[in-house]
Structure formats: C-alpha cells, structure tokens
Design a protein around this ligand. Structure first.
Ligand SMILES: [Zn+2]
Length: 189
C-alpha cells in the first residue's frame, strides 16, 4: 500500500489511502475499503484523528503584490493619470481579477519626462505594467517591455499595427503614438 503524504496533489478518483489507515474526510469517498479523492486538490491528514481530506485547489483570484506584472485596459483618462481595469496578473492568465482598478501616474509612464499623457495612452488600450504600490494599486510602464501591448485606431477602431516607433491603422492609415511595450502586437505577455 503506497503511503499518501501530506500535501500530495490528487485528481478526482485518485486513491488517498485505505479505511484501515485513515478516516475519510471532506472531498473524499470510500469504495471497497479505499478512500478516493472526489476533487482536484491536496491531501491533508490530521495526525490526531487520522482523518484524510482533500483541500480543493483554490479558484480565488491571485494576490497582487508590489513588483508583479499585470495587464489591464484603459477605462478612463485624466490630466495626469490613466485608470486601468485589470484583467490578470502575469502567470495567472486563467484566474481573472474581479473589478480591480489601478492607475498609472504621468510620472510613472516613462523614465523620461512626459508632457502629454494622450500621446502615451488612449482609451481601450491594453497595457502591461508593473505594480509599484500594491495598496493604492499604482503601476509603472517605465521599462522597455512595459507599456501598450494592443491599441485601436481612434478614428475607425481597427487594431493598430506597429511601424517602427509609431502605430499605424491598416484601414485608414491614421498614425498614432503610444508608450509601446517591446512586445506590442506579439500576442504574448
Ligand atoms: Zn483607422
């Protein structure tokens, strides 16, 4: 009989142990004297009661901390800051963030002075940024890899294509500027 260790990852139907060794706990079921996992998670054995349960893998949104890379959409623009609705944290693409908002102040857009924020960002832009303050959820795009990764033409809403340091609309040929990420248009974060 293989020994299931504490913290062992199991899938539904995986054998956790036998009823001679353990007491079946939460998220388990018994069949022919053996305990099986009824969900994906980790095994947790209580050393006192010998109860073996499966702790389901959490679908809760990941914690956002200083230094994390996040991706979000510009939902509002003020004189000196843009407001983003965050979509996800890098590495946790499949665990969406619920209604999390963040801001990028004009002083955190580039490493150099920015005079006009509207030359850097526009509504509906998808931006990749780093968290500099996880309490007030302030972000920076002051690295080559950070900035706009997808943008739309302000005239006709077509997706803009990169043309060297500028963006061009393939439909109406309108030219626009942004604080671009090095990975603009590559479809990768
Ligand atoms: Zn256009």
């Amino acid at each position: 009989m293989s020994e299931m260790t504490n913290g062992c990852m199991v899938l539904p139907g995986d054998r956790v142990g036998s009823v001679e060794e353990y007491v079946p706990g939460q998220e388990t079921y018994v069949r022919s004297g053996f305990i099986y996992a009824s969900t994906t998670g980790t095994v947790e054995v209580d050393p006192e009661t010998r109860s073996a349960r499966v702790v389901p893998i959490s679908n809760a949104p990941p914690r956002l901390e200083q230094g994390d890379i996040v991706v979000g959409e510009v939902v509002d623009m003020k004189e000196s800051l843009v407001i983003l609705s965050l979509a996800f944290k890098k590495g946790y693409e499949y665990r969406p963030l619920p209604d999390e908002e963040a801001t990028i102040h004009i002083s955190n857009v580039k490493n150099s002075y920015v005079k006009d924020l509207r030359q850097m960002f526009s509504l509906r832009d998808i931006i990749k940024a780093r968290i500099v303050d996880d309490r007030q959820m302030r972000l920076t795009t002051g690295e080559d890899d950070l900035g706009v990764i997808k943008a739309y033409c302000s005239r006709c809403m077509t997706g803009l294509q990169r043309k060297e340091s500028r963006l061009e609309c393939p439909s109406c040929k309108h030219s626009e500027t942004r604080k671009l990420s090095a990975s603009y248009g590559l479809g990768v974060v």
